[in-house]
Design a protein around this ligand. Sequence first.
Ligand code: B12
Length: 472
Amino acid sequence: MERISLVQPRHCYASPTGQGHVYSPTSLWTAASRIIQAGGEVAEIQDENLRPSEPKEGIVGLNLLGAPYVPVVRRMIFNVFRRNVLPVLGGQVMQGFDDAQRTALFGMHAVNGNDDVALARTLGIEAAALPAPEMTSLVPVYERISDADMREYLSREMSFYLSQGCGYHCSFCAADRTEKDPFSGQIIRKVQERYRAPDVLECDLAYLFERAEKLGIQQLSLYLSNLDVFQTPEKLEEFAKIVQTVRASHPAVGLRMRGLACVSSFTRLNHFHKKRKGRVIRAICDAGLVSIGFGIDGGNPEVWESVQKPQNVSIKECESAIRIAREEYGITPEVLMVFGHPAENERSLRDAVAFTLRLVEQYGAVPRPHMAKNLVPGNQNWKDPANQDRMQMFLKHPEAFQALDFTTLPCALTHPDQALRALAAHYYRMIADIHAGEGGVNTLVTYPEWSPEIDAELQNFHRCLNVGQFDR
Ligand code: B12
């Protein structure tokens, strides 16, 4: 059997020294726990946001959360590890690369860590022994984290793995979700939200509360992994009850949870709530849900249609969800505005600004603009033969993957139409300039670090300006 060191790479906008973006590396911890429970040997779990890592083993597993981690991990593989280490690469963006793309980016030896068979073969364990992610408790990993490091994680917001997968098919999203053919409108892949097992959720949550109590931390802050919190009401209600039970046994520790949601799922559930068929929203609020980022993602129904998000229905319906969240449930609504999609024009971009301003003014919503990147590893545009030239540019210039960060201003690679690029940048900055109100944090805008139109001097300016601009 082979031993593996696991390392969370440093955030791409971290300064060269000191702490990086300290945030629980939940994806890496889940992978670690699965390996441990399958009888594999995890020699260590390090986080480069806390301190530089010096992996002991010849096999090193790394998590690439999204596209901006591609250049970071390439530097680790080619400049630091060189030929002495076999890299095992996991994380969601890896799901978007085929074998040839993975080899082009990370070398011919890099193992696809998301593939259980390849992972098991590399470590000399049985693939069948790896528990399903939904059945995996993180306690075996939490126990290995020192009190000093756990204090760092528990005193900040952490990611809580509650569910994975989404039944909707928004074309700009690269998460695990239903896929629809853009031309025929046929569903190519149907995905349903998958919750973790209730006993696993209870066990992990109780452990976090106990550890917080022991470390004298008075409040836990959790970011739920759900792509659309209100999508599966029965499971959400079950979770709300689990949270309430755990909290009742640990009254000294408070809890604040936030999540992301689709307007349509919230509206559907609120309707049921009114008919007293269920009190799910109230239950999860009582359990500690304080903030919801609603995916508005465009300023009018034509834009939603163009990105396969017709479920938003109308501006009126979106506004009503945000008002109800604020006034009836006391939830702080965030306006997650992914915009600057290819089919947009100045009118639709202005509609997005106008709508955000209104929601901020009338309901104290928190503005959170993001610049749509229509070509992201794993989404349909990435696979579309019409985009192969642009896709190849990313493979040839991997530094460009940073520009796929949704907080990053548009560039020629992400927005080839020059006029739309300028307009999108202008209106994105405008929403990012809106005052977020007390306690709210607007998006911190970042700059593209590589694109054909950006010269070396500008690249350097952009790198410097990006330092510390962490998204949440
Ligand atoms: C928490 C979270 C964050 C946190 C912190 C993440 C952290 N350090 O762990 C914060 C808020 C910081 C964050 C930031 C970003 N995030 Co985020 N985030 C999430 C979220 C909500 C939950 C992640 C999670 O814990 N999942 C649960 C675990 C169990 O699942 P998993 O990630 O799939 O991991 C499994 C496998 O991939 C594999 N695996 C993972 N790592 C490894 C490593 C090894 C060695 C092995 C063998 C296997 C393995 O095993 C795991 C268990 O099966 C997800 C949404 C979601 N539902 O996943 C988005 C998500 C992962 N984020 C995403 C993105 C794009 C980002 C940003 C780039 C956003 C942006 N600004 O554009 C930034 C990063 C910015 C930057 N410049 O670096 C995308 C990734 C899409 C993609 N396919 O590329 C997601 C899916 C959201 C979305 N709807 O698009 N994020």
